[in-house]
Design a protein around this ligand. Structure first.
Ligand SMILES: Nc1ncnc2c1ncn2[C@@H]1O[C@H](COP(=O)(O)OP(=O)(O)OP(=O)(O)O)[C@@H](O)[C@H]1O
Ligand SMILES: [Mg+2]
Length: 386
């Protein structure tokens, strides 16, 4: 479980340190930075897949993802007494992301490269990466520290240099030559790789989830939902088939979902609804019905991850379906830490009926995403290594 997430200098987030619990609902008005927070968490997860540099390039490069406002927003700027102005920079510009987990914490800091002969002048560089034990970074609690190209690990009271030429575009997680020397790094990489993100399933007429697909056992629904039928069948065989039936009838009373398999190994869904003489195939379902079934498959996974992140799961669902979706999310939160980013009132209200629900409301002040209800006591302790 993650106890805190820290983001600095990413789009509308100048700096946020967010406390996390088992079920977290992130909400706020349009443009307050919910999606930015989601993207930052995804970016953090990409570090363990070797994709952080590429993802940043796809977003338009580090320069466009940096916070576009001034380094510091003074009280007088907030009160409107003086104009918002930049002033000379006190610190080098860095995008920083990190989290504190149950056993270890991790942070990464990315910056623009120094002028060189390379034509990849927009590629961000990884400047610093650290892994530590405990709630937040302290030099005494650091286990692994990467500073530019040099990686050191703690060896009793000493530091041991294990790498001197780590490329600036490689993360600690990309190059683990000797796993036995850095067990924390391997452990953390595997943990982060297990995080699951679901974001806007496609339901257009050519959506992969509508087509019959070759089926193999699928304990984890793919984020594009193409293996929906196989995932449902896997829940029937090795998962909680009763919860599956309940989730369908919770949303569509009297309905029933089955899987049809052809001799060529292709699987497809069949949806029986009250009043119809034959079941409907994936191609015939409404967008909302198909999306709900996709959420059922994702949330009833027989292999729950440590962290599941759901971005705007309400998209194209009728408000009447939202309480049923909320009950599914609450169920998933028994086995996984869950983040829900949403602005659907009915979904949030049903989630908030549970005592495990922790709501974070984002607002914007002078272009900056803030958590207004946060004070010194509710803000987790956090130090950036650099
Ligand atoms: N580099 C940047 N610096 C500062 N602000 C930025 C930067 N890039 C984007 N933004 C701001 O972030 C805001 C968008 O935030 P985001 O997309 O996360 O909103 P949201 O809460 O998801 O809204 P919605 O509910 O409409 O999806 C925009 O208002 C945009 O002005
Ligand atoms: Mg958004």
């Amino acid at each position: 479980m993650l106890y805190a997430l820290a983001i600095k200098n990413y789009r509308s987030i100048l700096e946020l340190i967010i406390p996390l619990q088992q079920l977290n609902v992130i909400t706020g008005e349009n443009g307050t930075g919910k999606s930015n927070l989601y993207k930052a968490l995804r970016l953090l997860a990409e570090t363990a897949q070797g994709g952080v540099i590429n993802s940043l390039a796809n977003e338009g490069g580090l320069n466009s993802t940096f916070w576009a406002g001034p380094e510091n927003i003074s009280r007088r700027m907030k009160r409107g007494e003086v104009a918002v102005e930049g002033g000379p920079r006190q610190q080098v510009k860095r995008l920083k992301m990190g989290f504190a987990g149950e056993d270890f914490g991790y942070s990464i800091s990315l910056g623009l490269p120094k002028p060189s002969n390379s034509v990849f002048t927009l590629d961000p560089e990884i400047k610093r990466e650290s892994i530590w034990v405990g709630d937040f970074y302290r030099p005494a609690s650091a286990l692994v520290d990467r500073n530019a190209a040099v990686v050191k690990i703690r060896d009793g009271r000493q530091w041991q240099v294990v790498e001197q030429y780590l490329p600036t575009f490689s993360s600690l997680f990309d190059q683990i030559a000797e796993p036995s020397k850095m067990p924390e790094v391997v452990l953390m990489r595997e943990k982060i790789r297990g995080w699951r993100f679901y974001d806007h399933f496609r339901t257009d007429k050519d959506a992969p989830a509508r087509q019959p697909q070759l089926g193999t056992r699928t304990p984890v629904l793919h984020h594009d939902g193409h293996d929906l039928a196989a995932a449902i069948q896997t829940i029937v065989e090795i998962g909680d088939h009763q919860a599956l039936a309940e989730a369908i009838s919770d949303a569509f009373p009297g309905a029933n979902l089955t899987i049809q398999y052809e001799d060529d190994g292709r699987f497809s869904i069949r949806f029986y609804q009250n009043g119809l003489l034959r079941p409907l195939s994936g191609a015939e379902l409404s967008d909302g019905t198909l999306r709900y079934i996709l959420w059922v498959a994702a949330l009833l996974t027989p292999r729950p991850p440590s962290l599941m992140v759901l971005n705007e799961p309400e998209t194209s669902l009728h408000p009447d379906l939202l309480p049923a979706l909320a009950r599914l999310i609450l169920r998933a939160a028994r086995n996984s830490q869950v983040w829900v980013i949403s602005h659907a009132n009915r979904l949030i209200q049903t989630l908030q009926q549970s005592e495990i629900c922790h709501t974070i409301v984002l607002t914007k002040e002078l272009g900056q995403t803030i958590i207004p209800q946060q004070d010194i006591l509710s803000k987790p302790a956090w130090h950036w290594p650099d």
